[in-house]
Design a protein around this ligand. Structure first.
Ligand code: ADP
Ligand code: MG
Length: 409
């Protein structure tokens, strides 16, 4: 699907194009047409899947259908739990409304209120706010909410976690009851359902690929294979298994790039992330991975650290890490609610030593087998292994395991 198919007006499509977006994400595809129709929605999608544009674009369109006459009033109120989020949404609203005659502003606590009040006095159509400062300004009678037509609660679950329930109730009592309501949350907890029942009017529920949260079990497997046959084997496994959302770990940036290229040649939608990729390339790869257009994300350990991705059905170690703790971090990415996650390792002769270190650390054996046609050559003697044998006489601290080298990625 294209942005053009969602019913958005040209001035918005232009802004989207200028942002460099190619296709809408699943949450955008589903939510935008419904919001344009005037429906209330209860939407949940993982962080980073483009929810902001999902509500901002149709909201701008609906507001611009009735051009403001005379002094501008707040017609859309976007509530969000933190000032960082408020500022982020404001930036998005500014960008998407570039070619439209609508004014917006943002208010949050912790800073001098005077400039915020001055902007409000000039009249705005869209207000992005944190609940506390909003109520402060309402109480001081510098802000009025009686013309609100559209209400957005972004990160509603976080607002509840942060104790904003009473503030939200208060705000609800201040805005007209006839309005469009859009509630966004990362999860659909019981509390969110109660809140939705109170606030939303016959909502359409929009959900995209449910988050995998609890780890039922991780099945750990390893296949012995020659180093040079690894790319072919991983491609076969992914294709024959029909796997999508696969996170693959390599030890080096170069290795990640190479593998990624081979996968793309075999018609697998793969993307690599590592330290040499620009921030925008990484953001793009991750966005695609979360939204399903990228099936395989090839990453180095360091690039994967701190990535906000949900638990995945498949994690593959294309190469074992030389630091056993990294193995534990890697496979911690797998697992599915109510199902088994699979952590697979491809082990070449020179990596047996890493496998043993890992087994020592996790305190159990990893089931190891071979795949027909990919059995390692029994006469193959890996170079690195010889080296290890030669250095074996070196005194080592027996508690420390093998010397640890970290590749800088
Ligand atoms: P969420 O609110 O779901 O956590 P955001 O709205 O903050 O996600 O969007 C996450 C990132 O994705 C932002 O950098 C945003 O610019 C980008 N983004 C949003 N929509 C698209 C799209 N259709 N194509 C590419 N990138 C997008
Ligand atoms: Mg968001």
């Amino acid at each position: 699907m294209n942005f053009d198919d969602l019913g958005l007006m040209p001035s918005l499509l232009k802004a989207v194009k200028e942002k460099g977006y190619e296709v809408p994400s699943p949450i955008q595809e589903k939510a935008i047409p419904l919001i344009l129709k005037g429906r209330d929605i209860l939407a949940s999608a993982q962080t980073g899947t483009g929810k902001t544009a999902g509500f901002t674009l149709p909201l701008l369109q609906r507001l611009s259908e009735n051009e403001p006459k005379g002094k501008r009033n707040i017609r859309a109120l976007i509530l969000t739990p933190t000032r960082e989020l408020a500022a982020q949404i404001y930036d998005n609203v500014l960008e998407y409304s570039k070619h439209i005659n609508l004014r917006s502003t943002v208010i949050f606590g912790g800073v001098n209120q005077r400039p915020q009040v001055a902007t409000l006095r000039q009249g705005v159509d869209i207000l992005i706010a944190t609940p506390g400062r909003l109520l402060d300004l309402v109480n001081q009678r510098v802000l009025f909410l009686d013309n609100v037509e559209i209400l957005v609660l972004d990160e509603a679950d976080r607002m509840l976690d942060m104790g904003f329930k009473r503030d939200i109730d208060k705000i609800m009592s201040l805005i007209p009851s006839r309005r469009q309501n859009l509630l966004f949350s990362a999860t659909f907890s019981k509390e969110i359902k109660f809140l939705a029942r109170d606030i939303l009017n016959n909502p359409e529920t929009v959900e995209t690929s449910p988050q995998n949260t609890t780890v039922e079990a991780i099945v750990q497997k390893a296949y012995k294979v020659d180093k040079n046959k690894k790319p072919e084997l991983i491609i076969k496994l992914i294709k024959e298994g029909g796997w999508s959302q696969v996170l693959v770990f390599t030890r080096t940036k170069h290795g990640a790039n190479n593998l990624c290229k081979k996968m793309i040649k075999s018609d697998i939608q793969a993307a690599a992330i590592h330290g040499n990729k620009s921030q925008s390339a990484r953001t793009k790869a991750l966005f695609g991975f979360k939204n399903g257009t990228v099936e395989v994300l090839v990453a180095t350990d360091i690039a994967a650290r701190g990535l906000d991705i949900p638990l995945l059905p498949h994690v593959i170690n294309f190469e074992l890490p030389n630091i056993p703790e990294d193995y534990v971090h890697r496979i911690g990415r797998t697992g599915r609610a109510g199902a088994k996650g699979e952590a697979l390792s491809l082990v070449s002769g020179d990596e047996n030593i890493y496998l043993r270190d890992i087994e020592k650390l996790i305190g159990s054996r990893i089931q190891i087998s071979t795949v027909e046609g990919f059995e390692p050559d029994p006469n193959f003697v890996p170079a690195e292994n010889n080296q290890r044998t030669r250095t074996k006489h070196k005194p080592r601290n027996p508690n420390k395991g093998y010397p640890r080298r970290r590749n800088r990625n």
